[in-house]
Structures are given as C-alpha cells and as structure tokens.
Design a protein around this ligand. Structure first.
Ligand code: TXA
Ligand code: MG
Length: 318
C-alpha cells in the first residue's frame, strides 16, 4: 500500500482535494471519526477496506450533506422513514433503505439496501456541501478495534496510510449512530447508538430490536466481538479476574470493590451523554497504559446507557 505523510488540520479545501483525487480522508462526525472516500468511485472505496483491513462483506454507510439528497440514492422511503428524517437528520441516525444502482455494489457489500446518514458535525457538513459526490465512511479504526473520537486516535492508528485527517475536535456524542432498517415498512433497530431508543420511540411508538450478535448478513458489523481493546476486558461481574493490575471503567460513583486510584469515572455529573463522550477515549487510554486488564462496571440500562452496555458487552466477547 502507498505511504503518505499524514497531515492533521482543519482545512476543508485540502480534504476536498484529496477526496476528489480518489484518496481516503478521515472526517469528524458528532458520533465518531469516519474514514471517507467518494462513494461513487469504486476504486476509492476499495482503499477504505484496505486501510481498515476490513472484510469486503461488511457494508459502509453513505454520508450526505442534506436529508433532501436521500432520494438520489434510495429507491423508496417508507412514510415512517420520512418522519425519522424530519426528526433526527442531521444527527446520529443511520437508516437502511433500498439502494439505487448509482451506488457501486462494493459500498453495500452487494446488499440491496444502503445505510444512509446525514452527520451533524459542521466541518463535515461543509465538506459534504463542497463535494459533488457523497462519502462512504466506516469508523476510522482498524477493523474490530475501538472507534476513534479524536483526531489523535485516528493518527495513532492510521498514520502513514492516509493523506489527511480533518480535525473536528472531540466527538460530541462519542458513540456510533443508531441503525434502523425497515421490514414491511415497520422500523427495526439493528444497532444501538448515539440516538437513544426512547427518543426514537417518541416518534415511532415501541420499536423492535434485532441486535444480532452473529454473522447475519443484514448487519454483518454487529459481530459479537467488536469495538474491542487488545487487552482483556471484563464486563461480566461473575467472571473471575486473572490479570492484575486492572483499570476500571465506572459511571459516576466509585465502587468499593477496587482502589479509587484505578477507577475512571466517565461522568461525575451522572449524565449518560457525558459518559458516552468519554467511553472510547478511556478504553483506549487503558489499552495503552500498563494495566493488564480492563474491568467495566454496568451502566444504567436506559438512554445512552443501553448503547454503552452494548459496546462493553461486545468489547468483552471472545
Ligand atoms: O456513527 C456512525 O455510524 C459512524 C460514522 C463515521 O458515521 N460510522 C460507523 O460505520 O460506525 P461502521 O462501518 O463502523 O459501522 C456501520 C455498521 C456496520 O456494522 C455495517 O455492517 C452496518 O453498519 N451496515 C452498513 N450498511 C449496512 C446495510 N446496508 N445493511 C446492514 N448493515 C449495514
Ligand atoms: Mg466501525
């Protein structure tokens, strides 16, 4: 693979030029950083899979500047999809919808649906508005590892492999988008994420969840083991810990079971949104520290706490 001197900066024009030349560029979104390329250029999209070391059966999300562009890439919008778009786009929501032929098969891994998202981050929105093509982008991490929430996280892992990182500061949501598909026009949640289920249900009524943990081709990235640090992560309180010292991830209070100085509180203010912002950053810091294992204590199973628990469960899976 070609070697680049990776530059980090806030220059939208520079990012645009690299993307127009068919390169990949890391872009900030409010959820996590993405590794973007021209979604209409098959050769550019292939580079995303190479850089991430991602299997080509795992489809990519297509990012648009405006909700109004969705019908350029999607054949059909259920009525409830329109209501979700009106309520939550731009924002941390991805909709799976039947794709139009203009999108190359590699983007969707041959599936007939495409994941579409309109990110809210101002830099990336301005970038998308300056381009005459949409951006295919998975999270900007090596396949299976923790998603990046800072430009530095991307640099640490992809330095030399990509020409440019558009620096949009720390992600303000910190956890990937919520993914919703449709079965007979009824919405189904395939991935818990940065938009809380309760918030969506206020629009749709009670939602069905299908959070696959295997290799269902409809959501291949929902692999049981994913979002994982290199070190062992314990999330099951019954599993005996065999490696010490440990670093502990906790919500807003210290646990009596561990010394305080090895515990990392994600949100002393008790807000789950605040905890989501810091989750991946703290996981990475512990992974790069001299602890031998990571222990995560359970979060309240409500709001973004459900998505946080989901990520921790997958990070702990063998
Ligand atoms: O917040 C996010 O969604 C971030 C930012 C960069 O937009 N992107 C992201 O992409 O998390 P990625 O590729 O890391 O995760 C997308 C997930 C994968 O599990 C993929 O398998 C699934 O969405 N996916 C994408 N398109 C799909 C499709 N057509 N059908 C089923 N699953 C799909
Ligand atoms: Mg990912």
């Amino acid at each position: 693979m070609r070697h680049f001197t990776t530059i980090t900066g806030k220059d939208i024009e520079q990012a645009r030029l690299f993307l127009e030349q068919g390169h990949t560029v890391a872009i900030p979104t409010e959820t996590v950083y993405g590794l973007a390329a021209n979604a209409l250029d098959e050769e550019a999209v292939v580079k995303i899979f190479e850089v991430k070391n991602r299997p080509q059966f795992d489809p990519l999300i297509v990012h648009l500047a405006e909700p109004g562009q969705i019908t350029d890439y999607v054949q059909y919008l259920p009525r409830v999809a329109r209501r979700l778009m009106d309520a939550f786009m731009p924002g941390p929501l991805t909709l799976l919808l039947p794709k139009k032929a203009i999108l190359p098969a590699i983007v969707t891994a041959g599936l007939d649906t495409v994941g579409i998202r309109v990110p809210a981050h101002p830099l990336t929105r301005a970038l998308l508005q300056s381009l005459n093509f949409p951006l295919a982008a998975p999270s900007a991490n090596p396949f299976g590892y923790i998603s990046p929430t800072r430009a530095q996280h991307v640099y640490d892992q992809l330095q030399g492999q990509i020409p440019y990182i558009l620096d949009g500061d720390i992600a303000t949501i910190g956890i990937e988008s919520t993914i919703i598909g449709f079965e007979d026009d009824t919405p189904v949640v395939y991935r818990l994420g940065g938009l809380a289920i309760e918030t969506i249900e206020a629009i749709t009524g009670p939602l069905r969840l299908q959070l696959n943990s295997s290799s269902d081709p409809r959501a291949p990235g929902m692999l049981k083991s994913h979002y994982a640090p290199r070190k062992k992560l314990y999330f099951d309180p019954l599993q005996p810990i065999t490696a010490f010292p440990v670093g502990v991830i906790a919500f807003n209070r210290y646990s009596n079971d561990y010394p305080e100085n090895c515990q990392h509180l994600l949100a002393e203010n008790g807000h789950l949104q605040e905890a989501a912002i810091h989750l991946f950053d703290v996981m990475r810091r512990l992974d790069n520290s001299d602890v031998k294992a990571i222990v995560a204590l359970p979060f309240p199973e409500e709001g973004l706490g459900r998505a946080i628990n989901d990520r921790l469960r997958r990070a702990a899976a063998e």
